[in-house]
Design a protein around this ligand. Structure first.
Ligand code: IVH
Length: 685
């Protein structure tokens, strides 16, 4: 290719860099990936013909350099400072009081609040507009030269405007900068992996059967602080820039707010969460909204940074050790901590599932002492190679139960012990079983006391029989003393028996017997839900009770009959049939009945006496001769049937009127039986 094509090459390079910026920095691409690739390929082609044209700001230079043997050291042009922490509003107020005493200007100071991203601090050098070097923070004076790795991070601009280009840097915000961008500029930012990309990365690794990563922070730091740039390139790293560390041969703004605007105008990625305030209280209030809303941030933030906006003032305030006085890190309560895994316990659930849990050296996470955390299942322990005695990373966030993320392998002493899952149920000593295709191990002994506790706990719970005053402790006592061997035993408890239990004074026993008595008349749907049949929750229990009207009818239903009900598939049908087929369960039903617990569907529930349509599902379409839509629904439901909106294989009958919709066609296609109003009435009799 001739020399005259060089302008085209330069133009192409600028174009690819621009689209890269639109995509990775602004998140607002203008062209498709395909078009981008086309431009990049053309660029590569030209460079193959003219290797001497290649400059370090070419987008082709981001990937591919060879692994290094070690990192060179790189001295920072200024100390890379750290931040003092504030744990709450009072700490932040105390900080302000301290610095007010040092300088009168603090009284009128403004504050900028920015997210404190939990990533890796990086320092980027630009000479004459070109990205030339990048380093880690290191000890704050000297860092590691990770230029080749940073080059692969697409959010890092390889070129920024400089004075020689006579650019008037225009911000997309309200301010315009008429500054001479410096010939030598050193900026600082935080490199990180967004949460969404981290989850995706782990999902892919899991799919490939490879080891997954613990958290975005460690993964980001690890990806940048290893010697192979190819590997860095394969990680979804990005960054946000927030500070000008040093500049030479040009002017830069003197307020933090304008620095952010300016950096953005130069093409750096800058947070859009930052805000400026006229007083500390407003800054604190803003910080606290992000404490509550931290899950809305697309990355892990361990707090917000509150900075004095006036950078001259901030610099004059000086620093304490490595912490500048002009800024403070307002920390969010930690959600991830490390602690020692003292042992692994195994809980037996209501369905017999064995679940391992971590017994931890107690540790505070976000204001709560955590001693136990879930380990999910035995496969998880094996996959993560979690050993007893390990330092483990534990997370507690929001409403979720604390869980172990994984071991800190580097902290091992060699004394940690590999864990072997139990072969016997820890509660009853019977052998445990594993079902094909399932992760869980089960105790299949129906008489297992651990299962019994969970079963009864569920039976009496608020969404089931709602027996007030029967907490887990009492349930355990009743089972330990042998007074209760199944749910039905609850209803034959005597006052004398209760009085013998620890902590049972007269009134307490009477109250409990009172609530048990009341529970005898609980509705059928609650009783069905209380039985704890696998797959039968509250809603399904309601459907079953309306369809069958009493427990005895339900217990005799075949799988085919059950599948007539909307929402009941073959698995649930089988689970119901199996449950009633077990002699132990049949005994419970008999005992419940004998104790007077045998509800039939309340009249108010189906507002009719008949259940001739029990188990049948109807869909109505078109205009019927005499009945309105509501009328036909009432008629069907008051006879035990169910009305749904759409036709499926489970629909028993389509009730067809004049001018039907597409439902009629669908019913015909599926072979669903069709009735007119007269036929429906005949069916009901
Ligand atoms: S300002 C003088 N701003 O937090 C400037 N730091 O604990 C001092 N960090 O090492 C830092 N986001 O890696 C600042 N918006 C932000 C930040 C931030 C994250 C990190 C940074 C620093 C650590 C201080």
């Amino acid at each position: 290719m001739a020399e005259k094509n060089k302008p085209h090459y330069e133009e192409l390079k600028a174009q690819v860099n621009f689209h890269n910026y639109r995509y990775h920095t602004l998140d607002e691409p203008l062209i498709s990936d395909l078009e981008y690739d086309r431009l990049l390929n053309e660029l590569k082609q030209i460079e193959a013909d003219h290797p001497d044209w290649i400059t370090p700001d070419s987008p082709t230079q981001r990937t591919g350099s060879k692994p290094a043997d070690r990192f060179e050291k790189l001295r920072h042009p200024r100390s890379i400072l750290s931040l003092a922490n504030a744990f709450g509003a009072d700490d932040a107020r105390a900080w302000l009081e301290r610095i007010k005493k040092l300088d009168d200007r603090v009284e009128k100071a403004k504050f900028v609040v920015e997210p404190k991203i939990d990533g890796l601090s990086v320092v980027l050098h630009y000479r004459d507009g070109l990205f030339t070097q990048g380093a880690t923070r290191g000890d704050g004076e000297i860092g590691e030269d990770i230029t080749s790795n940073l080059r692969t991070v697409r959010a890092i601009p390889l070129r920024i405007p400089v004075e020689s280009q006579k650019s008037k840097v225009e911000s997309r915000g309200p301010s315009t900068f008429d500054l001479r961008p410096p010939r030598y500029l050193v900026v600082r930012g935080e490199a990180f992996i967004p949460n969404k990309d981290f989850d995706e990365l782990n999902r892919k690794l899991e799919e490939a059967g490879e080891k997954t990563y613990l958290n975005p922070r460690n993964t980001a730091a690890g990806s940048l602080r290893q010697l192979d740039p190819q590997l860095t390139a394969s990680r979804p790293l990005t960054l946000l820039v927030y500070q000008i560390v040093y500049s030479e041969g040009g002017e830069v703004p003197t307020s933090q707010w304008e620095i952010l605007e300016y950096l953005k105008a130069l093409g750096f990625p800058v947070t859009d969460v930052a805000k400026r305030f006229n007083d500390l209280e407003s800054a604190i209030a803003y910080t606290e909204t992000w404490n509550e809303g931290r899950d809305k941030l697309p990355y892990e933030a361990d707090g917000m940074v509150i900075k004095i906006d006036d950078l001259t003032l901030a610099a004059d305030l000086g620093f304490v050790g490595k912490d500048p006085r002009g800024a403070i890190a307002f920390k969010f309560p930690a959600r991830e901590v490390t602690t020692t895994l003292n042992d692994i316990g195994v809980a037996v659930g209501r369905t017999g599932v064995l679940t391992p849990y971590a017994m931890l050296e107690p540790v505070e996470i976000g204001g709560v002492i955590v001693e136990r955390a879930t380990l999910h299942n035995f496969d998880f322990i094996a996959e993560k190679d979690i050993r007893v005695g390990d330092r483990v990373l534990v997370k507690r966030a929001g409403e979720v139960i604390p869980y172990v993320i994984g071991p800190v392998v580097d902290a091992r002493s060699g004394k940690e012990k590999t864990y072997k899952p139990p072969t016997k149920c820890p509660a009853c000593g019977e052998a445990v079983e594993h079902f094909e295709g399932e992760v869980a191990w089960y105790c299949v002994n129906a008489a297992c006391p651990a299962q019994l506790v969970r079963n009864i706990e569920h039976f009496v719970s608020r969404s089931a029989m709602d027996i007030v005053g029967l907490g887990i402790k009492i349930v355990e006592q009743l089972i330990e003393t042998g007074l209760v061997k199944d749910a039905a035993d609850l209803f034959t408890l005597k006052k004398e028996q209760l009085l013998e239990l620890e902590g049972f004074a007269g009134k307490k026993a009477e109250n409990l017997l009172g609530s048990l008595n009341q529970a005898k008349v609980q509705s059928l749907n609650r009783l069905i839900a209380a039985l704890g049949i696998h797959g039968v929750g509250e809603v399904m229990a309601g459907d079953l009770s309306r369809a069958f009207g009493n427990l005895s009818a339900l217990s005799k239903a075949s799988a085919e009959e059950l599948q007539q009900i909307e929402g009941v598939g073959p698995n649930i049908a089988e689970s119901i049939v199996d449950w009633f087929a077990q002699p132990a369960n049949q005994k419970v039903i008999r005992k419940l009945k004998a104790a007077g617990v045998d509800p039939v569907v309340q009249l108010s529930e189906i507002s009719g006496q008949s259940s001739v349509l029990g188990g049948l599902t109807f869909v109505v379409t078109g205009t019927l001769p005499t009945l309105t839509r509501e009328g036909v629904k009432e008629l069907i439901e008051s006879n035990g049937g169910k009305v749904t909106d759409s036709v499926s294989k489970k629909t028993s009958y389509l009730v067809l009127g004049e001018n039907p919709g597409s439902k009629a066609d669908k019913a015909r296609a599926l072979g669903v039986k069709i009735l007119d109003e007269a036929a429906l009435r005949k069916l009901i009799g």
